[in-house]
Write a protein that binds this ligand. Sequence first.
Ligand code: PBG
Length: 336
Amino acid sequence: METIITHSGQFPSTRLRRPRLQDWSRRLVREHLLTPADLIWPVFVREGDGKPEAVETLPGVFRHSIADLAREAKQAYDLGIPAIAIFPRIDQADKDEDGTTARNPDNLVCRAVRAVRDAVPEIGIITDVALDPFTTHGHDGVIRDGMVANDETVAILTEQALVQAQAGASIIAPSDMMDGRIGAIRKMLDAHGHDNVLIMSYAAKYASAFYGPFRDAVGAGKTAGNVGKDTYQMDPANSDEAMREIELDIQEGADFVMVKPGMPYLDIIQRASQRFNVPVFAYQVSGEYAMIEAAAAAGGLDRDRIIAEALMSFRRAGCRGILTYHAKEMAQRLND
Ligand code: PBG
C-alpha cells in the first residue's frame, strides 16, 4: 500500500524553524541586541610621547602615550562608545611598597584623565581604584605583617579616588576587593563636592588566572607579590558569596556593579542581573581576549563571528554593558 504523507500528527504543527528561515523574521524575533552603547573600552596609558607600544600577550592592544590616548578616546566616542576605562603602566621609578604615587594628583592616570577630558568633554571616563600598578609587589593594597591590610588600604584608596575625581573622572571603579571601600569612597567623594561622580564597583571580582596578560600590560605581573590575591579576591568556587558582595556594595552606595571575569562567570552575571535592580556590567578580561585571539590565529575559527558571539552572550545573560578590549573594533563593525 502506498504511504500518503498527511498532516495527521506525524509531523509537527509547531515549527520553531519557521521564523528562522528569513533574515527579516530572524531580526524580528531577536531577543537581545548589541550596540556600541553597550561597550566600554579599557585602554592602557604610559609615560612619554613615544609611539604606541604593543602588549606582547595581547595582540592588537597597545600602551599609548597620553596624547595618543586622547586621540583614541575621540575615535571611540565618535564610534558611539560611551565610556573608556583607563589603566596605567607606571614607571618602575614611581613605584614603592605602599603605592604612594596612586595618591599623587599629577600621576599618570590623573594627567591622562585631564587630557581625555579636554579632548573629548562628553565621554565617560572610568578610573581604576587599586594599588597594584603602583606597588613594587603588585598587590592591590599595602602589606603589613605579611598580609594586605584592609582598613589602611581603604583609607589610601579613598585618597586615590579623590585625586581621580578631581582630575575629571566620571566613574570611580574600585577593583581592589577590600571590605568597606565603596562606602568609604562614597563618603570621601561627597565630602569634597563630588556627589555626582559615579561608582562602578568591581563587586564580584574573582581570584582569576584570566588576568595574566593584564598584569603584563600594566607591568604588575612578575613580582613576588603575584601570589596571594586569593586573600581578597573571590574564590572561583563561590556563587552565593558573590550575591553578598554585590548586595553590600549596593548598600554602601555603588551605582553600578561589575562581575569579573566575564565568560567563565556568566552564571554569576545572570544571577546578579535577575536579582538586583542596578545596572550590572561584565568585564571580558585580558585572558579571555587573549584566548580568542590565539584561537583565531591558530585557524579554524571565524574570528569576527566569535568576537560578536562572545559579546552577545553577556547581553543574553542580562548584563547592561561589557568592558572589552574588542570594543573599538566591534563598534566599528556594528556601525558598518
Ligand atoms: C587591578 C585590576 C586587574 C584587572 C583590572 N584591574 C588585575 C588584577 O586584579 O590582578 C584585570 C583586567 C584584565 O585582566 O583584563 N586591580
